[in-house]
Write a protein that binds this ligand. Sequence first.
Ligand code: ADP
Ligand code: ASP
Ligand code: MG
Length: 410
Amino acid sequence: MALVVHKYGGTSVANTERISAIADKVLLARRADDRVVVVVSAMSGETNRLMGLAHAISEQPSPRELDVLLSTGEQSTIALLCMALAERGVVARSYTGAQVRILTDTMHNKARIVDIDTTRLKADLASGKVVVVAGFQGVDEDGNITTLGRGGSDTTAVALAAALKADECRIYTDVDGVYTTDPRVVPAARRMDRLTYEEMLEMASLGAKVLQIRSVEFASKYNVPLRVLSSFEEGEGTLISGEDESMEQALISGVAFNRDEAQVTVQGVPDQPGIAFGILGPVADANIEVDMIIQNVGADGSTDFTFTVHRNDFDKAMGILRSTGNKLGARKVEGNAEIVKVSLVGVGMRSHAGIASKTFEVLAQESINIHMISTSEIKISVVIDEKYLELAVRALHKEFELEQATRVVC
Ligand code: ADP
Ligand code: ASP
Ligand code: MG
């Protein structure tokens, strides 16, 4: 008896017509797959609307109360979907994260799932019911409602699939699979039939928001076959799984980008031991995550230090640096919140030299200035001005021939 987890994102449940259409899909799946667990997001725009309400009342809403508020978005959808299923004669039961007991740590707004109690879900499935679970939320040990960070319903779905040992976790969304880059930016982007966890993890980490990073981590850790597909049209979508021998190892699997970046520079600090710690220590203490870091080669006993942070943390980081900069005798503290990170991702890059230089050549041809560079075995990232984002992504996508079905393989 197959067990399949379906997840429907915000646009897939945007209104009552869409919720009814999803109920039709679940009905079909129920006939074919025997046991179906459905995870849903809030209706599209709802999480942002709730966030707006909170910020209209308080500049810094209490993280605990924000979670109580945000979790209501998904709570509405599960109830509506169960009503639509009942209309079709399908016996379904809705559960909030807390009702299931999706146990998380206590980090409000970005909690991590630590355990899932599957008792009630298994009993419902065994008695032929469809189970509908609210995505994006859980509960901590003290009974406080938590949420899992934006895009967190993906993680709920994969974690449930892992806990229930589902045969497949299907992420239904508004695109029909994972593309070589965001198809909204490059219409010529190509859907991939298959991807490894490693490739998808890298794409997600570097900004491809089609899946929340943690959902891919979970899928990889527990070997959950994950499929991204459209809730609007039929199709096989993209299967993300472990590597198997028959899989082509693409040289480059895609171009990812992240608009949520900001860059900070501390100029003219003394070039001496402890300076990196002196600058980054207070930033870390303020719980600000730092991404790329560059320290220039010192000259005349002083050096410059640049790093990137999430754009939401930009003002906070600048405030901290102005004060540390003063203490450390920095000449100047500068920031730029209009930058983006563009990355070329590919497991096959490992064995190929010259990808980096070709990347730089493409950007040079477009007269795009690179502010920062970072590379690993399977990615090359550059920080550039936001205004060049589309141009850079399109040029790289074209130059590396990603729109072609027969990709360069190694
Ligand atoms: P949902 O609301 O269903 O969770 P999301 O908006 O979170 O949907 O994710 C789907 C969106 O991800 C697509 O509409 C697309 O614009 C974006 N996206 C970014 N990178 C990619 C990619 N490489 N492949 C497919 N979609 C991508
Ligand atoms: N509703 C949440 C969000 O908008 C979670 C999700 O959709 O995955 O981020
Ligand atoms: Mg999403």
